[in-house]
Design a protein around this ligand. Sequence first.
Ligand SMILES: *Cc1c(COP(=O)(O)O)cnc(C)c1O
Length: 426
Amino acid sequence: MDGPTPHPGLEQRLAAELKQLRAEDLYRVRRAVEGGHGVALTVQGKPCINFCSNDYLGLAADPRLAEAAKRALDASGTGSGASALVSGYNREHARLEEELAEFLQRPRVLLFSTGWAANLGVLRALLRRDDVLVADELNHASLIDGGRLSGAECVRVPHGNLGGFGRALREARDAGRQALLVTDAVFSMDGDLADLPALSTLCEAYEGNLMVDDAHGFGVLGERGQGSLDLLSHPAAPLPPPLVHVATLGKSLGAAGAFVAGSDTLIEYLIQRARSWVFSTAPPPAIAAAARAALRIVQAEPQRREALHANIHRFRSGAAQLGLNLSSSETPIQPLVLGAAERALSLSRHLYEQGYWVAAIRPPTVPRGTSRLRITLSAAHTSGQIDGLLEALADGLRQVNSDQWLVASKGETTASTNHWPLTTSH
Ligand SMILES: *Cc1c(COP(=O)(O)O)cnc(C)c1O
C-alpha cells in the first residue's frame, strides 16, 4: 500500500508565497534608520526628509522625553519584571493613567503595551459569541483581528455608510443582541474622519455601544489635543463619551503603548478579563515616564498643533495648485492614491532619490487597486521641506504614467520586477 501522498513542507509553502509576493510587487522589507526618529533622517547612510511617520508633533526625538525616560531608568531600571497584576505595575504607570484620565476628563484609564494589544484585549473581553460587532470596513487590522478573536458575529459596513450602520444596529436590537459599533476615528490610510456625532446618535437610537480608536487623532486634533471626539463635539450638542475610547502613545506622543479610557466598570472589567493585558509583562516604567513628558508638552505647547495644521494647509494648497488628486482629508494623513502597486513604488523610489522618504502603501494594508503614497505631515517640517516635496512629487508624477496619474487605476499590475523596498507594514 502507498503511504500518504508526499506534500511539500511548510517552509516550501512559505518560500512559494514569498516568490508570489515578489512577482506582484507586494514584497516588503525594512530599512534601518540611524539615530533618532525625526523629520531629517539618515537611512542606510542617505540623508532624507521623512514624510511617512506618525510622529505628527515631532516628539519622538524630543530630548525632554529622553530626559524623563533616563530619570525613570535611573530610578526604576529597565524591565517592569512582571505583568501589572503581579508586580509589574509601577508608580510611573499609575501616574500616567491618572494624568491621561484627567486630560480626557474620563473616570479611568488603563495602560496597554501597544494599541494592537488594547484592541485585541478589549474586543475579546467585552464580546460574547451571541453579540454583534458592527465595524467600518476600513478599520485598523487590530480591530478586525480583535473582532475575529472575540467569536462575535462581525458585520463589516461599507466605509462611512450610516444607513448600513443603522441597519446592523437595529437588527441586533430587534434580535435582543448586544451590539458594539467600532470605528477608527481618523482612518489610518485615508486620513478622513468617522462621523462620530452620527454614529453616536445611531448607537443611542438603537441601544448600541460605541468603541472609538483614535490612534491618529490623539494629541493632534481638537484645541487641546484631546483628539477626534473633542474636535467633533459641538458646544451646542456635546458628544457623549463612547463606552470605549482607545488611543495610542507611539504616534503623536512619540513614546510607545496605548490606553483605554472609560468608566470605572469598564476599566475594572478589563483588569479582570483583558487577556492581552492580564497575561503580558507591563511596559517598562521609563516608557511611561516618556509618555508623561509628552503629555505635558501636548498640553503646554499648542503651537505644535498650530504648526502642524499650517503645514497640512501649505501642503494641500500647494498640491491643489499642481492639480494633484488628493483626498478631502484635513488631518496629517494625506494619501495620494495611485492604483497599481508598481506605480506607488516607482513614485516612492523617485522621491527617495530626491531625498524624500514616503513609503508606498500596498495591499493588504489597502484594498487592491488603491496602492498609494501615504504622505504625512509633522509640526517639525519646514515650509521649504514641504515645497521641496511638492516639487519632487510633480516631477515624479510626470514620469510615472504621465497621462493617467489623476485617476486611480482599477486593477493591479503584476508583471513588474521592481522590488523597491521603501514600504511600511501596518
Ligand atoms: C497604529 C494603530 C494601532 C496600533 O497601535 P500600536 O500601538 O502601534 O500597536 C491601532 N489602531 C489604529 C487605528 C492604528 O493606527
